[in-house]
Ligand binder design. Structure first.
Ligand code: ADP
Ligand code: MG
Length: 552
């Protein structure tokens, strides 16, 4: 979709942008609002803000498309606050799909409206209705609501004054996806005909355009500049595995990527449980988040991930709605999303507000051949890579370990310990044991080789139905697809001499057998070498330890 807009004023903004950086003060906002912008730490408007704010201040209807994290909330909140008349009615209504999103919008309105004394009320399910009604009736200017609960209130006619001259649908595509269309239409019937209507959405499926046609007055369409090169801060990588390797692949990739915080997407609620339990068993701390989990359990999971006590959240598309964790470093597509729109939403959870993010998809050859999503988004649209083998990962850990050892400050006890030790022990042997001990605490599990090798990927990619030839739009840079898989991964192995070689060599033989084995096969090695002896056993004696294992 190109810029459909031909409104003069917007053009001016766009043209200006070519020449100089647009400032918030260029957009027509008043001093109180600008003060709030500054105190929020926003320096320059995002593209969607620069486009939307002047149009909204003029009272135009607007259909805005921009990826997640592009600052849509302030794009509508700032002009909405600026235009408030304080005429003792609800002037602004914002509808959002989930309780969590409602809260985010309320927070932003409250922050940006503080110098204009803006009163904002939340209307969502799961909270006492009378309290919400009371707060609205006490004279709120802004109501931020989920459709169901708001409609209940409107039907019961409990609001004294409710005539919003501005109605905003935030995350409109999500709301329609969740089946709120009828509720939304009914809500519109309770609002003035001459209202200003705004819709923001990350994607623009047909249903959105239809709703816009029905409910909006000659809406202007704007699209964030970067929507074309959407997700430019997100590296999108595809790993291809055999059917039974999916879980091993996830565990291996989480280990090798070591994400700060990640969201793992599964198809069903049950999958989220299964995956969560399975990866927890393998030593990765995770939480599942469910559509039908009660709110306090959801809040608890969210708190844990925000505080960092849990790094991995396993979710379905539905459950993930409204999750806003700004430091999400990775999104894993354990199962493919239903379609491209879903994919956009999923990966938009990372790479937010200019941060780099990684979107990692795990697919089987069958997925790529048959799944609707991979028909829309063939493998040559991704950077296809080979999953690091256990050996490679061990090398990587070793590098990290050495780096850590080199940088750590020496404890006074250590010197004391060393002086005792040196008189009676074989230092070399002791060092080797100690190193082995440290190394084992970060043992890599699972079969050595997981997923398809470069050769296999190449051969898959060369088949006509996978090559994307004929349908590949030749997306620059990323489009090299499978051939990109041939490059040794940068991260793995670092500078180590062992870093590059094995990728292709080790792959051939190991795969098919390795694939079925799962961790059980390799588990033997791990246990046998006594990897996880609890710290209790004294390092002093260093006696009786089995020989450091040689990696298998
Ligand atoms: P979206 O609704 O498009 O997903 P949000 O409105 O939630 O995006 O904004 C994403 C993040 O960017 C928020 O943390 C918000 O505070 C921040 N943000 C918004 N506008 C700006 C800006 N102009 N400069 C810096 N940060 C901003
Ligand atoms: Mg938003």
């Amino acid at each position: 979709m190109a810029d459909v807009d031909n409104n003069e004023n917007t053009k001016t903004v766009d043209d200006t942008k070519k020449d100089k950086v647009i400032k918030f003060s260029d957009l027509g906002l008043g001093t109180e609002v600008l003060k709030a912008v500054t105190s929020s730490g926003y320096e320059t408007p995002t593209d969607i803000q620069a486009q939307a704010i002047p149009a909204l201040l003029r009272g135009e209807d607007l259909l805005g498309q921009a990826q997640t994290g592009s600052g849509k909330t302030a794009a509508f909140a700032l002009p909405a606050i600026q235009n408030l008349k304080f005429d003792k009615t609800v002037e602004v209504l914002v509808l959002t799909p989930t309780r969590e999103l409602t809260q985010q919008v309320v927070d932003e309105f409250t922050r940006l409206g503080k110098f204009k004394d803006t009163k904002v009320v939340t209307v969502v399910g799961g909270q006492p209705a009378y309290r919400q009604i009371e707060l609205v009736n006490r004279g709120a200017q802004v109501v931020v609501a989920t459709p169901g609960r708001l409609l209940d209130h409107l039907r019961s006619k409990k609001f004294k004054r409710f005539s919003p001259s501005l109605v905003i649908l935030d995350e409109a595509d999500e709301m329609l996806d969740m089946g709120f269309i009828e509720d939304i239409k009914k809500i519109f019937s309770y609002t003035p005909d001459d209202r200003q209507t705004v819709m923001f959405s990350a994607t623009m499926p047909k249903a959105i355009r239809k709703l816009a046609e029905e409910e909006m007055n000659n809406p202007k369409t704007i699209m964030a500049k970067n929507s074309g090169e959407r997700h430019k801060d997100i590296e999108q990588i595809l790993y291809i595995v055999n059917r039974k390797e999916r879980l091993d692949a996830l565990v291996r990739l989480i280990s090798s990527e070591d994400p700060e915080k990640a969201l793992v997407f599964c198809r069903t609620r049950r999958d989220t449980d299964d995956v969560c339990i399975a990866i927890t068993k393998r030593g990765i701390r995770a939480r599942a988040i469910h559509g039908d989990m009660n709110q306090s359990a959801r809040d608890q999971a969210m708190r844990e991930i925000k505080q960092g006590t849990t790094k991995i959240l396993v979710a379905t598309d539905v459950a993930s709605r409204g999750i806003d964790i700004s430091e999400l470093s990775h999104v894993f597509n354990y199962h493919a999303p239903d379609n491209k729109e879903r994919y956009t939403h999923r990966i938009g959870r990372t790479g937010r507000a200019g941060k780099k993010g990684k979107a990692i998809s795990i697919a089987t050859p069958e997925d790529i051949r048959q799944h609707y999503f991979y028909k829309q988004q063939p493998m040559d649209k991704f950077k296809v890579e080979v999953i690091p083998s256990r050996t490679e990962l061990k090398d990587k850990y070793q590098d990290k370990l050495i780096e850590k050892v080199n940088n750590i400050e020496i404890a006074p006890e250590a010197k004391e310990f060393f002086s005792q030790l040196s008189s009676e022990s074989n230092i070399e042997e002791f060092f080797c044991r100690m190193f082995t001990c440290l190394q084992k605490s970060e043992s890599v599990k699972g079969p050595n080789k997981i997923g398809l090798s470069i050769e296999e990927i190449k051969s898959l990619a060369s088949r006509p139905q996978f090559s994307g030839s004929g349908r590949s739009g030749g997306r620059g840079g990323r489009g090299r697809g499978a051939s990109a898989g041939g490059r040794p991964r940068r991260g793995a192995g670092g500078g180590r001499s062992s870093g590059g070689e094995r990728r292709s060599t080790s792959s051939g033989g190991g795969r098919s057998s390795g694939g079925e084995r799962r961790s059980s096969g390799s588990g033997g090695g791990r246990n046998a070498s006594g990897g996880r002896r609890p710290g209790g056993s004294s390092p002093k004696r260093s006696s009786g330890g089995s020989r450091p294992q040689s990696s298998h």
